[in-house]
Design a binder for this molecule. Structure first.
Ligand SMILES: C[S@@+](CC[C@H](N)C(=O)[O-])C[C@H]1O[C@@H](n2cnc3c(N)ncnc32)[C@H](O)[C@@H]1O
Length: 428
């Protein structure tokens, strides 16, 4: 029987499982094991993962078969998996098109929208579309939902329908007259963007991959819509806030125009988004003085692109990561046996991976809680458990962990030699 992994990997189905058993356990598979692994193969579990399971089982360890090329194959698989990225959630995150970014602008000019690049005196326009195209072209031929707040005469609605060949474009407008534009792939919903219940219903009925806020341009509305819709945006989705260059604030019954940097007070929109941009630029994990809702949104933002007068905000993509998880779990089993002293280090790295990708965070909670039973003062595990509980929507349990953490951290003393003033710099 072969003892090189390359030979084993050329076999399929039952033949692969039989050969793997003979090589790694020195025996034929029992019917239960055979059926189980064939089912796993059919479900897409990688052959290397199955070899790893057999090899790391108690029986496999006792048998101690050498399987040439096994480590190298594992490393290659890791590298390959990292290079190709992982699954997808919001359609076509991985696809590129030949769209050069000008087509959307051309459509905008043809359809008479004020988002196109014309900046002359005759057709003053905001020059957004060239920039949007870079963020949006990946969705062009996907069956997504696009929600645009603000329909008016339907110019941009028409443009989006032309640009996105299969999308349902949901226009939201407070003006009931806009409903006349419904039909085909266009759906018009009548209501106000600051009505949280109404907007939630729209987003639940049409889970959006893209939201464009071109509605009332009132500061409070812009923020409320963002806080309502960004959490409901599909992972990997894009949220656009338009016309930051010229928006409004309520003064009593009146709406007054706000032009940033022209000395107007009460510019909440600018403060709000500037804070998000600053936090991203500073690459902090949270803003302590901001509330939990703000931080939850902040944590789910992948990137913020600032263009003249508008923001293009991308949501993190939580993808199907089961294949990577299987590798971590395999590795976990191996490390319990082979590297017990580094086990907690690996567990915290694995848990953080799950938290960062917002994938199976419950498993991270479980691993960290187990670790904390054994090492109650493990500060890193406590910090991660706090994050995992927050991202699982369990803030009360999270704050208990945080309290415990504060107590532990008080006990941490920094050796004097680590303090900056104690360091000796060669050039001084
Ligand atoms: C700038 S226009 C939209 C233009 C359109 N997107 C285009 O580019 O062709 C703004 C629209 O927002 C609508 N609007 C105003 N207040 C609103 C609110 N509270 N909720 C939803 N829509 C609102 C107005 O009725 C108006 O049709």
């Amino acid at each position: 029987m072969s003892s090189h992994v390359k030979d084993l990997l050329t076999l399929e189905g039952e033949a692969f499982v039989r050969a793997a058993y003979l090589t790694l356990l020195g025996r034929e598979p029992d019917p239960g094991g055979l059926g189980n692994y064939v089912r796993e193969l059919n479900a897409g579990v990688r052959k290397l993962a199955i070899l790893s399971k057999l090899r790391n089982s108690d029986e496999g360890r006792r048998h101690r078969a050498t399987l040439r090329g096994y480590r190298g194959a594992q490393v290659r698989q890791w590298l390959h998996a990292r290079a190709e990225g992982s699954g997808r959630v919001s359609p076509s995150l991985t696809r590129t098109t030949s769209d050069d970014g000008v087509w959307l602008d051309v459509l905008g000019i043809l359809d008479g929208v004020d988002k196109a690049s014309l900046r002359g005196e005759i057709h003053c326009s905001w020059d957004y579309l060239r920039h949007y195209a870079h963020a949006l072209r990946i969705y062009r031929d996907e069956a997504i939902n696009v929600i645009e707040i603000g329909v008016a005469a339907g110019a941009s609605l028409k443009m989006w329908l032309r640009y996105f060949s299969r999308a349902t474009v949901v226009g939201v407008d407070i003006d009931p007259a806009c409903a006349a534009l419904s039909g085909g792939r266009a759906v018009i919903k009548t209501g106000s963007q600051d009505d949280k219940i109404f907007m939630t219903e729209v987003a639940r009925a049409y889970p959006p991959s893209i939201v464009i806020d071109d509605g009332s341009h009132l500061a409070t509305h812009i923020i409320r819509s963002f806080e309502t819709l960004f959490p409901l945006l599909l992972s990997g989705g894009t949220y656009i806030v338009e016309d930051l260059v010229f928006h409004f604030a309520c003064k009593g019954e009146e709406a007054v125009a706000i032009q940033p940097f022209k000395g107007q007070p009460d510019d909440r929109v600018f403060d709000y988004f500037a804070r998000l941009v600053a936090a991203k630029a500073a690459h902090v994990t949270q803003i302590k003085s901001a509330g939990e809702d703000f931080n939850r949104i902040y944590a789910s933002i992948d990137s913020i692109c600032v263009v003249g007068g508008a923001l293009i905000i991308k949501k993190r993509a939580s993808r199907g990561l089961s294949k990577y998880m299987a590798m971590f779990e395999d590795e976990l089993r191996t490390r319990v046996a082979t590297e017990p002293s580094r086990y907690d280090y690996f567990v915290t790295r694995y848990a953080e991976f799950l938290i960062i990708y917002e994938y199976q965070v419950q498993r991270a909670v479980q691993l960290l809680e187990e670790l904390l039973v054994r090492q109650p003062d493990h500060v890193m595990a406590q910090k991660l458990l706090y994050k995992a509980l927050i991202s699982s929507g369990r803030p009360e349990e999270a704050s208990k962990v945080m309290k415990g953490l504060a107590e532990v951290e008080q006990d941490v003393t920094v050796p004097a030699t680590y303090l900056p003033e104690q360091m000796v710099y060669p050039h001084r």
